[in-house]
Design a binder for this molecule. Structure first.
Ligand SMILES: C[S@@+](CC[C@H](N)C(=O)[O-])C[C@H]1O[C@@H](n2cnc3c(N)ncnc32)[C@H](O)[C@@H]1O
Length: 428
């Protein structure tokens, strides 16, 4: 593996030890930061249920950074770990696409590599998957050629890098024009002080290296990406009192961002300087009736929507362009919704998380013992009261199999399956 001869070797060693030796599965994590992901869409849950267990049990991601509609694409996963997201992507890109994971921790890579042949049996084709040993700051040296990837994904890894600019620059180079970095990570609403940045557990748990959103968005623009788009956001709870004292007032969020590398030769944009009319024509498997571009823009199939020139340009100049028509509305006087600033989204996510706690919704990890579960919110929050689980249709992600909790009727698509019932109920 190419080496990084800089002052950060201690950070790399500490992270490698944490993911290679200290953690054995996601049950060993001390905060919810690395498992703050909400339930992925049904299409992805059904793929997850078919991935070999050694791969899924070492999943430490904080989001769902897998775009749909990527058949035939070349996908790169930074910090692929045991490979769960690569295994999902392999099913989505099919036999004509490819998936490459990069990670620096041998134990994680071993799990990722060792389960490919079993997975090929499940898929019914030999997926083009490879797992490279290397640093996400040096993806070229790890063997990834410039402009060779359509999509880069990453799940809770960039925060662990002591040199995030190098990571973003490398991703920009590896992407083809029109490609996208679609990734979930941990962010802070202010600059972190040194005692948080250097704390070994906070660092390993994806909190200590969290990027201040403002700084990250500026960096992404400087490198050449279009204005970052927030796809989803969730406040991260820290329950450990000692860690809580260290972080003070700073709030942490799991955010899935979309960073598009514009293809200026794509799309006849004409006088696209004001608003534009965008129509989604379908064609993205799993998003047949509507397409979610970001938290502010959901396009219903065959329904035209007015968007800002920035949004129209971003769509017309990216890999998603074939699913849409984009027409200029210059001079029409029509008004478009602007993307909500990330600071406002963070405030809202924090308020929402406080409301759900006071409504009786349990915090992650406390849910089972407290028996707390708000009606209707249970499934998406991953909160589930013991004993009531089956009849309430409430099922905590990841715990479903062992807890025997499974929402009636939804079992197959949700990937949740009660032991013993699997046969007759047709679940999983
Ligand atoms: C929180 S885990 C996430 C793993 C995986 N993305 C998932 O969702 O399960 C972080 C992973 O990133 C890897 N990692 C952290 N910093 C890295 C770096 N600078 N270069 C390569 N891999 C790195 C670790 O080895 C670990 O496997």
């Amino acid at each position: 593996m190419a080496s990084l001869d800089n002052a950060n070797s201690q950070v790399y060693d500490s992270v490698k030890t944490y993911y290679g030796k200290v953690l054995e599965s996601s049950k060993d994590l001390k905060t919810s930061a690395c498992t703050a992901a909400s339930r992925p869409p049904a299409k992805i849950m059904s793929i997850i249920s078919k991935i070999p267990e050694p791969v899924t049990s070492k999943f430490y991601g904080c989001g769902n950074p897998i775009p749909l509609g990527i058949q035939g694409k070349d996908v790169l996963d930074l910090g692929s770990g045991s490979g769960r997201d690569c295994y999902i992507a392999a099913a989505l890109v099919g036999a004509s696409g490819s998936v490459t994971g990069i990670d620096m921790t041998d134990e994680q890579l071993e799990t990722a590599r060792n389960n490919i042949s079993d997975y090929a049996q499940v898929l019914g084709f030999q997926p083009k998957m490879q797992f490279l040993t290397g640093y996400i700051e040096m993806i070229r040296q790890a063997g990834v050629k410039d402009e060779s990837m359509d999509i880069c994904i990453s799940n809770c890894v960039v925060n662990l890098s002591p040199n995030k600019r190098l990571v973003l620059e490398g991703v920009f180079r590896a992407l083809r024009a029109g490609g996208e970095f679609y990734f979930s990570d941990v962010y802070a609403d202010s600059q972190l002080d040194d005692k948080v940045r250097t704390h070994e557990v906070l660092l390993g748990e994806c909190i200590g290296g969290a990027l201040f959103t403002e700084e990250f968005e500026t960096m992404a623009r400087e490198i050449g990406f279009a204005m970052p788009r927030v796809l989803s956001i969730a406040h991260i709870e820290i329950h450990d009192q000692e860690l809580l004292q260290l972080v003070g007032e700073t709030k942490f969020f799991s955010i899935t961002y979309r960073l598009f590398k514009p293809n200026p030769t794509n799309g006849s944009l004409g006088s696209l300087d004001e608003v534009a009319l965008v129509t989604y024509h379908g064609g993205v498997e799993g998003e047949e009736s509507s397409y979610v571009l970001d938290i502010d823009h959901v396009f219903e199939k065959d329904v035209s929507a007015v968007v800002s020139a920035d949004t129209a340009r971003l769509m017309a100049q990216s890999w998603i362009a074939p699913f849409f028509t984009v027409e200029s509305l210059s001079g029409s006087g029509a008004k478009a919704k602007q993307a909500t600033p990330t600071t406002a989204l963070m405030q809202q996510a924090y308020v929402d998380s406080r409301k759900s706690e006071s409504s009786g919704c349990c915090a992650p990890k406390k849910s089972e013992s407290s028996g707390c579960c708000p009606p209707k919110k249970s499934e998406s929050s991953g909160c589930c009261p013991p004993k009531k689980s089956e009849s309430s249709g409430c099922c905590p992600p990841k715990k479903s199999e062992s807890s025997g909790c499974c929402p009636p009727k939804k079992s197959e698509s949700s990937g949740c399956c009660p032991p013993k019932k699997s046969g007759p109920s047709g679940c999983c």
